[in-house]
Design a protein around this ligand. Structure first.
Ligand SMILES: [Zn+2]
Length: 270
């Protein structure tokens, strides 16, 4: 093979290695994002549980304060009632006392119901905290594994890029420029050998003369059909199959002639 072809084939293989590593590196991102998403769900639940507990505790404080106020009022009303001798005033004071007693009872009832909700909120918060701790512990393993993979890929990538740089120096500047342009456009394999005289990428057959010339000079050209770079393998390899064919043809020459004859007649009739 022509040195240009050898150098460019090597370069393309280095480029593929670099791209494969880059793609493995990108593949780590969704895994990290998924871990983050799961952690975020647990963190949101934990925040909500904290908020609920704080809000119920505040309601409990309010209810208790109202109960205390109402009990104080109730005691004052009781004292007032005890010191009253007038019946009409006593009736009014008694009504006030009943009202204060009712208010205290309501506030105490609410405090009792709220303290049940506070306990429930504490239990839910404990659950959320446990879930969060479990997620963080299980993610620790996965995150360590991902960090390890990233570290390995980074090292491989540095090595592959260095090798790529080395290979690129063995390709002539104009050829390198053409190759990089095609590779950027295609984002994949850009150099193909001719296969049975056709482009290895799109299978478009090249004129015989041009293929011979490419095989002789080792030129790397563009496929006009699909825009990849093409090169011909050394002639003997490509041309061997047609050379082997003639012997069997000789033995069937008469039959072939016999077959062809009617066809020609048929063709002329049309
Ligand atoms: Zn092609």
């Amino acid at each position: 093979m022509h040195p240009d072809v050898i150098a460019l084939v090597a370069l393309e293989s280095e480029d593929s290695a670099v791209e494969a590593l880059e793609s493995r590196m990108r593949a780590l991102e969704p895994r990290l994002q998924e871990l983050e998403r799961v952690r975020e769900v647990a963190a949101t639940a934990l925040e909500r549980a904290k908020h609920t507990l704080a809000s119920e505790q505040e309601k409990l404080r309010d209810a208790k304060a109202r109960a205390t106020q109402s009990r104080t009022l109730q005691e004052r009303n009781q004292k007032q009632l005890d010191s009253i001798t007038n019946v009409r005033e006593a009736t009014a004071a008694s009504a006030q006392l009943d009202q204060a007693r009712k208010m205290a009872a309501d506030a105490e009832g609410e405090a009792t119901r709220t303290s049940v909700r506070v306990e429930e909120a504490k239990a839910r918060l404990a659950q959320a905290e446990a879930a969060m701790a479990e997620i963080e512990a299980s993610q620790e393993t996965e995150r360590t594994a991902i960090a390890g993979e990233r570290h390995t890929i980074e090292a491989d990538l540095r090595h592959a890029r260095m090798k790529r740089e080395g290979s690129s120096k063995r390709v002539s500047q104009p050829l390198l420029g053409r190759y990089e342009k095609v590779r950027r456009r295609r984002r994949g394999q850009s150099l193909f050998a001719l296969v049975n005289g056709a482009c290895g990428s799109c299978d478009t057959t090249l004129p015989v003369q041009r293929r011979h010339e490419m095989a002789r000079t080792g030129a790397i050209e563009m496929c006009e059909a699909c825009g990849v770079m093409i090169y011909a393998l050394p002639e003997p390899v490509v041309e061997r199959p047609p050379v082997v064919e003639p012997p069997p043809k000789k033995t069937t020459a008469k039959k072939a002639a016999a077959k062809k004859a009617p066809k020609k007649e048929a063709a002329s009739e049309v």
